[in-house]
Design a protein around this ligand. Structure first.
Ligand code: GLY
Length: 369
């Protein structure tokens, strides 16, 4: 069990990581719920697995839970469902000082958090993340958003939760592929600035994916501690610190765009391959030793995440992939900041990366055997 404080100025909160914590969700949420009822938003898959457990835990604290169960899947992160969540919260007569509950993965957390940011000009919300990706990344740090036809996460707000409860047991009811994709974000924290944690991942990554409870708690706690430190230093991504969390994401988003944001490549899989590409491009730029990049690729490949661009079988060239990056929401006055590496645990923000070099590099990677 670990409790990680997130020291955001004016909006601090705790992230509690504990195997079985969903069974006690009511107890931990009780100090944040002023009334004898609470609004909970979830999706149909999570409801099937966890609704009864969470309902009972609130009931044990004298709290009746009122549920909105939405369709599972990325398509729910839309204007239409945002309106539905807002209308539900208003119908529940949620007030500004109330906390509503988001039980689910990144879609439910982002959607409910965004709705909470606008109901009565902002009410509180509690995150109960049920995927590894949500537990180590999206439930912490206050980024909330929906997708639009022009791209993912293009409309949103910074709105910090009041509490996060992460239960590794929730991962047991998910497909391994989803947990593996979330594990890419765990590796990311090692690569950003914690080489010993990357070495821990090399030793223990297989255990995390196999369901070892201790390994899961450690992986989540160390990831959350890293994220907490980064977002406390740069909540709104204006100081060049939070941007480090985007390691692998620029390449990854281009790959997701090229594969149509489909099951062909999950977000975390795109990030995993994106980190391999960022490392290899760093080698090409003379920034990092090739053996470090190959160590990264080896670990990513060893847990079953994609480590080879050629193996994706894309029908495109490097220029087309680089062109997807022009639509990246991190574009800033015509330049695209890139996260590159000087070594494992030494990620930095490079502002002078040329997309022509990126395209040439991607052509080499597409042809690599
Ligand atoms: N997922 C990146 C961030 O929270 O900044």
């Amino acid at each position: 069990m670990a409790v990680i404080p997130v020291a955001i100025a004016g909006a601090p909160y705790d992230v509690r990581i504990e195997t079985g914590v969903l069974r006690n969700a009511g107890h931990h949420c009780r100090p944040f719920i002023r009334k004898n009822h609470v609004a909970v938003v979830t999706d149909s898959n999570v409801a099937a697995a966890w609704r009864d457990t969470v309902t009972d835990s609130f009931a044990a604290e004298g709290i009746t839970s009122h549920w909105l169960v939405l369709p599972a899947g990325e398509a729910t992160k839309s204007w239409a469902y945002l309106a539905q969540v807002v209308d539900f919260l208003l119908a529940q007569e949620v007030e500004r000082r109330d906390n509503v509950v988001a039980l689910g993965g990144g879609v439910i957390g982002d959607l409910t958090g965004f709705a909470a940011s606008m109901v009565k000009r902002g009410c509180g919300f509690i995150q109960l993340p049920t995927t590894l990706l949500a537990q180590v990344d999206s439930s912490v740090g206050g980024k909330t958003a929906i997708n639009t036809p022009l791209g993912k996460n293009l409309v949103g707000a910074f709105h910090q939760p009041s509490l996060v409860l992460a239960d590794p047991l929730a991962l047991d009811t998910l497909p391994l592929r989803d947990t593996r994709a979330g594990y890419a974000e765990v590796i990311k924290y090692g690569l950003i600035d914690d080489a010993p944690f990357f070495a821990w991942c090399e030793e223990n990554g297989a255990k995390v994916l196999a369901g070892d409870a201790t390994a899961r708690e450690i992986a989540i706690a160390r990831s959350v501690a890293a994220k907490a430190r980064i977002v406390a230093a740069d909540e709104k991504e204006t100081a060049g610190v939070r941007a480090l969390l985007n390691l692998g994401h620029t390449f990854g988003h281009a790959l997701e765009a090229e594969t149509g944001y489909s099951d062909r490549l999950l977000h975390g899989e795109g990030v995993a391959l994106g980190m391999v590409l960022a490392a290899r491009f760093s080698v090409r730029q003379g920034l990092m030793h090739g053996q470090d990049a190959e160590r990264i690729a080896a670990h990513i490949g060893s847990v079953g995440l994609p480590a080879s661009l050629a193996a994706l079988g894309l029908d495109c060239d490097g220029r087309k992939l680089a062109d997807h990056m022009l639509h990246d929401k991190k574009m800033d006055a015509g330049t695209l900041p890139f996260l590159l590496l000087r070594g494992i645990g030494q990620t930095f923000l490079a502002k002078d990366v040329n997309l022509t070099d990126i395209a040439a590099f991607l052509d080499e990677e597409l042809a690599r055997s």
